[in-house]
Design a protein. Structure first.
Length: 650
């Protein structure tokens, strides 16, 4: 049996066991879970001596010297320009300027993940996790998920060890771990954190996972809004009792005094979930005031925010066609702000309220369960056979970045990662939520490439389509499906030259996946490696595009090009629906375009520009089951050309 020394083991050895780490990177706080070194079951990870969460804030002294959490907050006063209280809020920007440096948004995110990783690795005797599972909002676009994956790549783990799962899916898996839900059973997740609110309705499927049928959210609504309401109340009290102290706080107070007040407000807010009143202390300029706030006063202050939260929840349920509370198995509340009693009261009429354990850590724990079969299950027994000794964890060297106006970290510097398979990927609701990226509308039409392509454009967002045939009509005509999906001369689902999985199966071998690709793409990929699984157990491959390939001639920078491919009809159908609905929270990109084929069986989402004017492609074909993710095309026209040359969109 392989042995490794761990702290506190009197005999100096214990059996090494592969372990999994889940990280819930939050707007205000980050939580983590792992398969415990002793029990082998999923446990919340202590991120400080007395907490299971840590602040997500960072202090960027230089690109290769970034402090995290409480240390970052302590240093904020010395240089406010270097302090980022919520790195998650800049993910959509792609690049962030902090302390005079232009950095990829993945860099501060990586600093937070590295801090969590270091503590987790320390709990496992220095061994690296066998899998890392990261959570993200359901509405995140593929580009935003890619930022998270780029951050994870900086930790030094192999790409094949990294998975992502949306936060509501993770929460659903956590809460359903003790109960097997029959296919078709619907649950809702109300995730109310420090900076965001995410609501989703999920339906259990036959694979033992969940399909997201509706999702909405507000990236500006959370516990910090409540803090702001209370701070306004404190200012009103000071205006009446000690206006000089109020003026000092607004104009002259050092940052540590302001942070002390913020901390007192936060503690009072949390206490009011358990007590009828709480005290807030204000100190500064040699004076001190204490104010008592009651639960009733607090509830009145936050009422406007709660009204908005309830409205969003009702709208999400309506999107999912849930018209009666009895249609939900449960309405699960998670996130620190969900602890507030009035939140429970205001939502009680919408569904059976359910909470379990610490709402701040359930998403991180559920992420591990959602990534099954990576582990056997939440709280399950450890593997009977000993696992091989895990390699010692050595974090990737942090790459220094010079101050510049150009993003200094090209995506090609690290392995390219595919947005996760359907089990883990964001699927927008069938009914569009307010604020969806770009505000799709009907506009002028023009020609695309050599085909008569209808263009619907509005504010940098376009939909390109050929004809009006539905995917359902196309499915009844396999020959047409093959041509429309770029499978020239093949019959979808036949297993012939065009491959495809018209029967709904998902190829579980590299050869079968590659055979399912369009011929023009199939012959140009090489060095394919498994990078994950599809929803139905098929393989997802990360391949290299052959050097000098005609696919990329003139449309790339000539460097290393990777592409993610898989074949799964069931999942591809959902991906096409998601592409048509568009991706929310993708306002950082100048162009956000959907391209479709004549029969509307295949669709590709294109957005950019990213680093060096590269554009990303997120593609699915509901007839052949082919799915592709590619990020190396130069310019929007280059992305369209790649789709045409590869036979994906003709």
């Amino acid at each position: 049996m392989n042995q490794s020394r761990v702290p506190g083991d009197e005999k100096g050895t214990m059996s090494a066991r592969e372990w999994v780490l889940g990280i819930d990177f939050g707007t205000s706080n980050t939580a983590a879970a792992h398969t415990g070194p002793v029990s082998g079951s999923v446990e919340a990870l202590q991120l400080s001596h007395n907490r299971t969460t840590m602040s997500s804030s960072v202090f960027v002294e230089s690109p290769d010297r970034i402090a995290v959490g409480d240390v970052a907050a302590d240093r904020a006063e010395s240089n406010p320009a270097a302090f980022m209280p919520s790195p998650k809020r800049v993910v959509a920007q792609g690049v962030v300027n902090v302390n005079g440096y232009d950095l990829p948004a993945s860099v501060p995110v990586a600093a937070v993940l590295e801090s969590v990783m270091a503590r987790a690795v320390g709990a496992h005797g220095g061994s690296a996790p066998s899998e890392l599972v990261l959570t993200h909002p359901e509405a995140w676009s593929p580009r935003e998920i890619q930022v998270l994956l780029d951050a994870a790549a900086r930790l030094g783990l192999d790409a094949s060890k990294i998975r992502t799962v949306s936060e509501p899916r993770a929460a659903a898996h956590y809460y359903s771990r003790a109960n097997t839900l029959a296919p078709g059973t619907k649950i809702a997740v109300f995730d109310f954190g420090g900076g965001t609110l995410d609501i989703a309705v999920l339906e259990a499927n036959e694979a033992g996972t969940f399909d997201v049928v509706a999702a909405r959210g507000d990236n500006g609504l959370g516990g910090k809004n409540f803090d702001a309401f209370v701070r306004r109340w404190v200012d009103q009290q000071l205006e009446a009792r000690d206006p000089d102290l109020l003026d000092h706080l607004r104009r002259q107070a050092p940052m540590d005094v302001r942070y002390a007040l913020d901390d007192s407000i936060r503690r009072a807010k949390e206490l009011l979930s358990e007590a009828p009143s709480a005290t807030i202390t204000v100190t500064g300029d040699g004076r001190s005031e204490r104010f008592q706030i009651t639960r009733e006063e607090f509830e009145e202050l936050i009422s406007p925010a709660l009204d908005k939260a309830v409205h969003l929840t009702r709208a999400t349920l309506a999107d999912a066609r849930v018209t009666d509370p009895g249609q939900l198995e449960a309405l699960y509340l998670t996130g620190g702000s969900s602890r507030i009693p009035i939140v429970h009261e205001r939502l009680a009429d919408l569904g059976p309220i359910a909470t379990l354990d610490d709402p701040k850590t359930v998403v991180a724990q559920g992420a591990i369960a959602a990534a099954a079969p990576i582990v056997r299950g939440l709280g399950g027994p450890p593997p009977a056979a000993p696992a091989p000794t895990a390699p010692a964890y050595v974090p990737a060297a942090t790459q220094p970045y010079p101050a510049s106006t150009t993003p200094p970290y090209p995506p090609s510097a690290a392995p390219s990662y595919d947005p996760p398979t359907q089990q883990f990927s964001p699927i927008p609701p069938e009914t569009e939520a307010p604020g969806a990226a770009g505000g799709r509308g009907r506009g002028r039409t023009w020609a695309l490439v050599a085909a008569a392509v209808a263009v619907v454009a509005a504010v940098g967002v376009g939909v390109y389509a050929l004809g009006d045939d539905s995917a359902e009509q196309l499915a009844a005509d396999p020959g047409a499906a093959a041509v429309a999906g770029g499978q020239s001369g093949a019959t979808a689902g036949s297993g012939g030259d065009g491959g495809g999985t018209g029967g709904g199966t998902a190829p579980a071998s590299k050869e079968a996946v590659i055979a399912g690709l369009p011929p023009a793409l199939r012959t140009e990929v090489e060095s394919c490696k498994t990078s994950g699984e599809t929803e139905n157990g098929g393989l997802q491959l990360q391949c290299q595009i052959r050097q000098g390939s005609a696919l990329t001639a003139g449309i790339t920078d000539g460097g290393f090009q990777s592409i993610i491919v898989s074949v799964d009809t069931k999942e591809a159908k959902k991906r096409v629906i998601g592409i048509r609905q568009g991706f929310q929270n993708n306002t950082a990109v100048a162009t956000n375009v959907t391209v479709e084929d004549t029969a509307r069986s295949a669709a590709a989402h294109i957005d950019g520009p990213g680093y060096n004017n590269t554009f990303s492609i997120w593609y699915g074909n509901s007839s052949t089951g082919v799915m592709v993710s590619y990020s190396g095309a130069q310019g929007l026209d280059g992305a369209k050309t790649f789709l045409a040359r590869s036979g994906l969109i003709n």
